[in-house]
Design a protein around this ligand. Structure first.
Ligand code: ADP
Length: 546
C-alpha cells in the first residue's frame, strides 16, 4: 500500500519561493568587487532570479545546459545559483584559483555554454578564451555598464554586461516543476589528489543537504542569524549555505573578493554577523589581525571551520580571547559537501575545558541521512573504539555515485559505499576523527602512522608556523615520516628541540626520522598543503630511493 501523502518534487526553486514568501525581508548584503555595500532581500532575490531566467533563455540556455560561473560571493552570483537550476539548467561553479590549464579543462569538460564572471577575472578570461571557443558562446561580466572593461575575445564569443541584460528583461516567469532527480549544479574537485573530476548534484540531493545542515546540532540556522560564508561559492556551493540560509530565512553577508583579516573583521562587525564559516587558514589570518590590532568581535558567536584539520590553537584562542566557539565539520565535494559536524552529546556534559577542546578537534558525528564506516585493507569493518583507523566510507542521498561523464554507480563499491580517500577512527560515541588522507598515511613496517597527528603536535611548538609530514622511502621500514616545517616570524627552529615536543604524545616509532626547515610550504588552490609536491621533492630525503 502506498502512503497517502503529497509528493511535490524537492526542487531548489521551492527553497527560494519559501524564503521570498516567508522571509521576504531577510537580508542579503554583498561587498561588491568595487568595494561598495549592496543590500537586497530574499523577496527581491526571487524576483531577480526569475528575471535572470529570461536573460538565460535569451542567451539560448535551455534545460540541462551548463551555465559556468567564475565569481566571488555576491548577490549576482546568488541570482545565478537560483535562476539556472530553477529553470532546469545546471549551475557550474568554477574555482578561479586553479591553474588556467585546469580551468580551461574544466570548462570544456563541462561544456559550459555561457560564463558569468566577476570583473576580477578578465585577465584570466582573455588567457583561456581561445581554448573555450568550441563550447562557450557568451561571457557575461557581472557588473554595471559603467564598470565594463574591454575584453579581447575570439570571434563568435559575445561579451555582455550583466546589469544591462537584467535591465532589459522582465520577470514574467513561473518556476517549472520537474523530477527532483534532475541535475542542478556541477562542481569539480580541486584536484588535491589528481585531475579535477565533476560532481553533479541533483535538486533532491541539494534540498536534503540543505535541511540536514540546518539542524540544531549542525549549523543550527535561524531566521534571526546573520551568517557570513567566507567559504567561496565556487567551492562546493559554499558548503550549501546559500540554500540552507534561504530555507531558514537566515540573513546572508557575502564578502566578495575582500577576504583579508582587516576586511573580514570590519564586515563582521559592521553587519552584525553572529556566525561565519570557512577554512582554517582564513581564521588563522583573522586571529593574527585581531592580535596585531587589538580588534574585538562585537557580535560573532560561532565560527565553523572545515576543509582541512582544525589547528588546536583556533579553538583555544577564539574561545579564550573572544568568547567565540569554533565548530569543526568535515566533508568533501562528493558529499555536497557536509558529512560530519562536531557538537557535544549528553555524555560529554561533564568534561573540563581542556578535554572538551581536545574532543572538538575531531571531525564529528555523521549528519542524519548519511552512514559511515571504517574498513581495513581487506574491506573488513573496523571497531568504533577511537583507536583503530581505516579507510572511511560513506553512503547517503547527498553522496555522489559517479563522476560527471562516467557510468552511474561507477564511484561506488559493490555494496554501494563511496570511499572518501580519508583514513579515520570512530569512537564509541560515533565521533569520527580523520587521521590522514589514504595517500598521505605513512606505512612504516606494515603499521600506519598518521601524518596529521604528527603535524598537529609539531604546530604546538612555539617556533613552528606551519608543518607537513610526508612519507619518505626507507630501506628497512618501507616508509618513514619526514617533518617539514616553516618557522614563525623572528624565530629559528632547532630540530632536536622540536622533536622533544613529541615526548609522551606518540609511540617512539612514530617520531619523524628527519626535520627539514623551509621558508614556505606549497598549497593547493583551496589553501590545503600540497603533499604531492612535497612527496616528489622529499621522497628520497632519507637516502633510500626506490
Ligand atoms: P579536494 O578533494 O580536491 O581537496 P575537497 O574540498 O572536496 O577537495 O576536499 C575534501 C577533503 O578535504 C576531504 O576528503 C578531507 O581529506 C579534507 N577535509 C575536509 N574537511 C576536513 C576536516 N575538517 N579535517 C580534516 N580534513 C578535512
Amino acid at each position: 500500500m502506498q502512503g497517502l501523502m503529497q509528493q511535490p518534487p524537492l526542487l531548489i526553486s521551492t527553497i527560494l519561493r519559501h524564503a521570498a514568501r516567508h522571509h521576504a525581508a531577510g537580508e542579503i548584503v554583498s561587498k561588491t568587487t568595487e568595494g561598495a555595500i549592496h543590500r537586497t532581500t530574499y523577496a527581491a532575490l526571487e524576483s531577480r532570479a526569475r528575471r535572470l531566467t529570461r536573460v538565460l533563455a535569451r542567451l539560448g540556455i535551455g534545460e540541462q545546459d551548463r551555465v559556468g560561473t567564475l565569481a566571488w560571493n555576491g548577490y549576482r552570483h546568488l541570482e545565478v545559483y537560483y535562476a539556472a537550476p530553477g529553470m532546469g539548467a545546471i549551475c557550474h561553479t568554477i574555482n578561479p584559483r586553479l591553474h588556467p590549464d585546469d580551468i580551461a579543462f574544466i570548462i570544456t569538460h563541462a561544456g559550459d555554454a555561457v560564463l558569468f564572471a566577476d570583473t576580477s577575472f578578465t585577465a584570466l578570461l582573455e588567457t583561456i578564451a581561445p581554448r573555450l571557443k568550441d563550447c562557450v558562446r557568451a561571457i557575461v561580466l557581472m557588473t554595471e555598464s559603467a564598470n565594463m572593461p574591454a575584453l579581447a575575445l575570439p570571434s563568435g564569443m559575445a561579451l555582455h554586461c550583466y546589469d544591462d541584460l537584467m535591465d532589459a528583461a522582465d520577470d514574467d516567469f513561473t518556476w517549472p516543476s520537474f523530477e527532483e532527480t534532475t541535475a542542478s549544479a556541477l562542481c569539480y574537485t580541486s584536484g588535491t589528489t589528481g585531475r579535477p573530476k565533476g560532481v553533479l548534484y541533483s535538486h533532491r540531493s541539494t534540498v536534503l543537504h540543505a535541511y540536514a545542515i540546518s539542524m540544531p546540532d549542525v549549523l543550527c540556522l535561524r531566521a534571526t542569524d546573520r551568517i557570513l560564508p567566507v567559504v567561496p561559492m565556487f567551492h562546493v556551493n559554499a558548503w550549501g549555505i546559500p540554500y540552507g540560509a534561504a530555507l531558514a530565512g537566515t540573513s546572508l553577508v557575502l564578502p566578495g573578493r575582500h577576504l583579508d583579516g582587516a576586511s573580514l573583521h570590519a564586515l563582521l562587525n559592521a553587519e552584525r554577523v553572529n556566525f561565519t564559516c570557512g577554512v582554517p587558514t582564513v581564521w588563522m589570518v583573522l586571529l593574527a589581525h585581531l592580535r596585531a590590532t587589538g580588534g574585538r568581535l562585537d557580535t560573532l558567536r560561532r565560527i565553523m571551520t572545515g576543509g582541512s584539520a582544525c589547528p588546536p590553537l583556533l579553538i583555544e584562542a577564539f574561545g579564550a580571547e573572544h568568547g567565540v566557539a569554533v565548530e569543526h565539520g568535515w566533508g568533501m565535494t562528493e558529499l555536497s559537501p557536509v558529512g560530519t559536524y562536531n557538537t557535544p552529546k549528553p555524555v560529554h556534559a561533564d568534561l573540563g575545558t581542556a578535554e572538551r577542546d581536545h574532543l572538538m578537534l575531531k571531525q564529528g558525528r555523521v549528519l542524519a541521512g548519511i552512514d559511515m564506516k571504517i574498513v581495513d585493507g581487506d574491506g573488513r569493518e573496523l571497531p568504533w573504539d577511537g583507536a583503530a583507523f581505516g579507510d572511511l566510507k560513506v553512503c547517503g542521498p547527498w553522496v555522489c555515485s559517479a563522476y560527471y561523464g562516467d557510468a552511474p554507480g561507477s564511484a561506488l563499491d559493490t555494496d554501494g559505499w563511496f570511499a572518501t580517500g580519508d583514513v579515520a577512527t570512530i569512537d564509541p560515541d560515533g565521533l569520527m576523527e580523520i587521521t590522514d588522507r589514504s595517500k598521505d598515511v605513512i606505512k612504516s613496517g606494515g603499521e600506519w602512522i598518521s601524518s596529521i597527528t604528527l603535524e598537529n603536535i609539531a604546530l604546538s611548538h612555539p617556533d613552528v608556523a606551519e608543518a607537513a609530514v610526508i612519507a619518505a622511502h626507507h630501506p628497512k621500514w618501507d616508509e618513514r615520516p619526514v617533518l617539514i616545517v616553516v618557522a614563525r616570524e623572528g624565530r629559528t627552529i632547532d630540530p632536536e628541540d622540536l622533536l622533544r615536543v613529541y615526548a609522551g604524545k606518540v609511540a617512539k616509532w612514530w617520531l619523524p626520522d628527519a626535520v627539514v626547515v623551509v621558508p614556505e610550504l606549497p598549497h593547493t588552490a583551496t589553501g590545503k598543503l600540497q603533499k604531492t609536491a612535497l612527496r616528489a621533492r622529499y621522497r628520497d630525503h632519507l637516502g633510500a630511493g626506490g
